[in-house]
Write a protein that binds this ligand. Structure first.
Ligand code: ATP
Length: 244
């Protein structure tokens, strides 16, 4: 049984049909990339997966059970979501990562290590207790890449089996971005993940790629398969044309 199954989803926003008969499965431990141009339906799919929105028709199951049958609390406990516009707070780093739960030092250190922030945090004036955001000298400003890693560390700290990551591109310089892609599989190892990609270069490490266009799936498969097919993914990847 697939951990997550998306079946025959249709979404209308008034007269606009944003999602048109989308079905895919995500198996335990797999990392799936969703890609597509602006307006292809990626954000709508995330909203459906997070239960922020209900489909007009079709359904999503988690471990074989329709997600609407779980209590909202129970369902959201199974997910860690890193939104593209994630927010960190003007609080100590450890409190940002524990996100309102009691701080477990071992889990904190383990999540920092997974995202490659151990040394960075050791250099901070009060280590993990350092306040974020330099308001009148009270704290530190992390770089875009460090902030992104912190947001991923927060998701890992929660230790939910399923991770949704909406790729941040605006906050990252190309070097930080490349580093995060390269280490992403290691960062989320053992988790099942849906990764919303806004840049082609980031898909390669995923087990499977789903290409969306105007609310439909137009291609799906591994990076190697889609490259060999020489279709839209191939053209996007080789730069024959670009998303957006
Ligand atoms: P982007 O990469 O720009 O974020 P996307 O792939 O995430 O795009 P969606 O945001 O899911 O795409 O939008 C899919 C379609 O649905 C678009 O045509 C969009 O204009 C439309 N849409 C999204 N949200 C709404 C809404 N609340 N009301 C009306 N139309 C909407």
């Amino acid at each position: 049984m697939a951990m997550l199954e998306v079946k025959d989803l249709e979404v209308y926003y008034g007269m606009i049909q944003a999602i048109k008969g989308i079905s895919f499965e995500v198996n335990q431990g797999e990392v799936i990339a969703l890609i597509g141009a602006n307006g292809a339906g990626k954000t709508t799919l995330i909203k459906l997966l997070c239960r922020l929105y209900e489909p007009t028709s079709g359904y999503i199951t988690l471990n074989g059970i329709d997600i609407r049958k779980y209590s909202y609390k129970e369902y959201t406990q199974a997910f860690s979501v890193v939104f593209q516009d994630f927010h960190l707070f003007s609080l100590p780093l450890d409190e940002n990562i524990a996100a309102g739960t009691e701080i477990d030092e071992a889990a904190l250190q383990s999540s920092l290590a997974k995202v490659g922030l151990t040394e960075c945090v050791q250099r901070l004036p009060q280590g993990t207790h350092t306040r974020l955001y330099n308001n009148n000298g009270a704290g530190v400003d992390l770089s875009g890449g460090e902030a992104q890693r912190t947001a991923i560390a927060r998701a890992l700290y929660k230790d939910a089996p399923f991770v949704i990551l909406d790729e941040p591109t605006a906050a990252l310089d190309p070097i930080a971005e490349a580093e995060i892609y390269e280490q992403f599989s290691q960062m989320i190892s053992g988790k099942t993940a849906v990764y919303i990609s806004h840049r082609m270069s980031s898909c390669k490490f995923c087990d499977r790629i789903v290409v969306l266009d105007h609310g439909r799936i137009i291609e799906r498969g591994s990076h190697e398969k889609l490259i060999a097919e020489k279709g839209t993914y191939y053209q996007l990847y080789t730069g024959a044309f670009e998303l957006e």
